[in-house]
Each structure stands twice: as C-alpha cells, then as structure tokens.
Ligand binder design. Structure first.
Ligand code: FES
Length: 124
C-alpha cells in the first residue's frame, strides 16, 4: 500500500493589500491569524495528515473575504471567522456535510465554464 493522498485540500486565501488600497483583501490585522487557526485546529484534531491546508494568493472573491476553497467539491466558504472554521472542520471535513449557510452565494460562485468552452467564448 502506498502513501495515501489527502482526503481534502483547503485553500485559504492569504492575500493582503497594502494600507490605503481601496480593494478589500482576505488578510488584514483582524483576520491575519485565520490560517494558523485552521492549521492548528486540524493538527489538534489529529487530521492534518489527510486534510492539507494550503496558503494561496487571491482567489478572486475579495469582496466576500476572508475566503477558503475546500476540495474536492469546489466548496467556497466566505466571511470566515475562527468559529466558522471550527464548524466547517467539524461538520464538513469530519462529518461530511458542508455548512450551507457559510457557502458563498450562487451569484458570486456560479457553475464553472470548461476550458474548451472558455476558448470558444474567446474566439480561439
Ligand atoms: S484577497 Fe482573498 S480572494 Fe482576493
């Protein structure tokens, strides 16, 4: 038997904007410890070997931040706090039921477009 793949990847946006930037970003002084909280909680619960937290750059949903994407499944969680992360870990990651009320609204996260369809839209 080989080394098992992770069951989940959690991509946490770690983008911060310089002071004075009008565009919001996921990391600011109030939210800068969310990734540490996520990773620490996975470690504390003994599941970090199969749930891989990943720091990412901007996931392009800045106005809804802080955000994180749970794969598999394309589940984008928004407006994160430590309490919300705790519940997502317990109910979605461990329990298997996504936390519907924390998932980004459909108007900000519509169905994906295939790369082939994207090329056709672009006339290539
Ligand atoms: S800064 Fe986090 S989605 Fe853009």
């Amino acid at each position: 038997m080989g080394v098992p793949q992770p069951a989940f990847y959690i991509f946490k946006c770690e983008q911060s904007s310089p002071p004075g930037m009008p565009k919001p970003s996921c990391v600011n002084p109030q939210t800068q410890d969310l990734f540490q909280h996520l990773a620490g909680t996975l470690m504390q619960k003994g599941i970090i070997a199969t749930v891989q937290p990943v720091r990412t750059a901007c996931l392009n949903r800045c106005n809804a931040g802080p955000v994180m994407l749970v794969e598999p499944g394309h589940f984008m969680y928004y407006g994160l706090t430590k309490d919300k992360i705790d519940r997502i870990i317990d109910e979605h990651i461990i329990g298997g039921t996504p936390v519907a009320e924390y998932i980004i609204p459909d108007e900000l996260w519509d169905a994906p477009i295939s790369p082939e369809a994207m090329q056709q839209q672009m006339g290539r």
